[in-house]
Design a protein around this ligand. Sequence first.
Ligand code: IVH
Length: 703
Amino acid sequence: MTAKDLLKPVEDLTEAEADAELARLADEIAGHDMRYYQQEAPTVSDAEYDALKQRNAAIEARFPHLVRDNSPSLRVGAARAETFAPVEHGVPMLSLDNAFSNDDAVEFDARVRRFLRLGDEVVAYTAEPKIDGLSASLRYERGVLVQGATRGDGRVGEDVTENLRTVGEIPHRLKGSGWPEVIEVRGEVYFGHDDFAALNAAAEAAGQRTYVNPRNAASGSLRQIDPRITAQRSLRFFAYAWGLLSAPFAQTQWEALAALGAWGFQVTPQARRVEGAQGLVEAYAAMEALRPHLGFDIDGVVYKVDRLDWQARLGFVSRSPRWAIARKFPAQRARTILEAIDIQVGRTGAVTPVARLHPVTVGGVVVENATLHNADEIARLDARIGDTVVIQRAGDVIPQIVEVVLDERPDGAEPYVFPTHCPCPLHTPLARETTTGGAETVVRRCTGEFACPFQRIEHLRHFVSRRAFDIEGLGEKQLQAFFDEGLVKTPADIFTLEERDRASLKKLKDRERMGETSVKNLFAAIEARRTIPLDRFIYGLGIRHIGESTAVALARGYGTAEAFLAAMDKVADRDPEAMAELDALDQIGAAVIEAAAAYFAEDHNRRIVQDLVSQLTIQEAERPKTDTAVAGKTVVFTGALERMTRDEAKAQAEALGAKVASSVSKKTDIVVAGPGAGSKLKTATDLGIQVMTEDEWLALVEA
Ligand code: IVH
């Protein structure tokens, strides 16, 4: 395959090509989502990301039967982490359409009036600040908070009840009266500017990672496994909407906000009730003026039709309501000088050009660096050292260079020549990366692997990171210092640090100027991770293409570290049987097999792994059963379950070796349908998939 084939027009794709490309796009987009939402470190521009999603959608539109269970089009926002139990929202949590100008706002009002056939009647709206946090849904039964969840993919979120209970502004019991027996209250969990600054200052002082912006801090704080950590974070909550209701409680959005306030929630004091298109336009201007003084981040104004009976008539189009729209603030831009372009080397050797800028304030934040993504992006912009560039901070993401001001190009500015060699002392040639199909991609990679000091430190960073070994107290700075001092060169060194420190003449205390308590804490944190689940161990190795979920699949597939490593040795030798066994595991494709083979073929890597293993107790993974009636089958539960909860059903099915999916496709083997099952049941019937009742399912699995 060549680069051109990759961009073959969608109309010309054969079914097999489309299937392969959808698989590749699902992986690629999931990777970008993970880097964007979970690691807060995107590697492509928004435009490139959108292009991938669009191509995916176009292929799916032409081949609807090829839509995959893990299709990016079936997700809104961040993928769910696997650590929290799933919660199906009583009513889905939808997103809002965006408006960007006064004209858009006027058109929104016109659309509402047309739809409702109101003629000249003036429509009242609420205009509320669009809080830039993360949305949460709180279920109250008889006034008592029983469950709290994140939005997740909109349909199913994560159960973060205990964490939400620690948020002071979330009532455990509703005040007053008049609340429906069952209500899902929705709103935004967020960080105030002061609390955010204090949180980061404390993290910095402790040598831990800081958060890029208040929204990421809110998300990271809410999704802590240990609610005691969440409790230490000053999270706040504004209520602005609701989901499932056992009975109506208001006639207008304005009344609803007042009711939420009376029940003990914070509602945004800046919300206004306005009339007509003119009111919408004025409310936006007013909010823009208030923005710098709010003390928390907002990224626009949400307009909602005030009358709830009209909202009901307006209803929804796909994933957004017709009765509301988000008027977004424009991205914030500024001009500055591009002073230099540095090349950064990531853990897997991928090199990223970073623009060093003359410091400039954009939306209240001093910006000195911007990402340039890759060599193609520099060429597209024709960015040259000395150029005046326009940079943009959209909400919060890493600043980007959007354009070069050609009129101001200094005389003699030369086109930028992308380095051919890694800036590391090894000076290895940079190779342009190809896909498994052989097509060139925009990524360039240092081939020095672990011999390249840049990659080595990135490997170590990955190794200690939250989702891998999660070693508290070994933050960026600390790790860099240990690395620079030569105290920690490979992961195993972390586990021999205490022993060496005891034996050596110079204690960490003197050498790294660490306090006695922090040294003790660090050693305790390291000790705590000496016993590690197999999946985290595999993920921690930082092998390309082996992310968290792949690591879990490998751990389940092999069960023990011994079995995994023995198999990998054979894979490295390209033993056909071992490769076939790996290929047969769920979720494992050619890219993973290649990456694992390449990694374990490297003597240096094998040594690193051996040294590490000798320091650890690696826990066995629970292996899925293979001798049950449902082993290897893909099951979808839909409708209500009456004899077990969703979580129980899922856990039981998985323990018996089945895979539980959330949507029905041609890969589904069994659909368990309870009362109220809807479109999934229909799809299953259309596709001729086996459908059974909960009782039949139980009879099958408990037989
Ligand atoms: S109303 C049917 N009101 O914006 C949608 N959303 O793009 C009901 N948001 O996920 C949402 N402030 O996280 C609403 N005053 C506000 C909001 C708000 C922030 C967020 C929310 C939602 C996203 C929609």
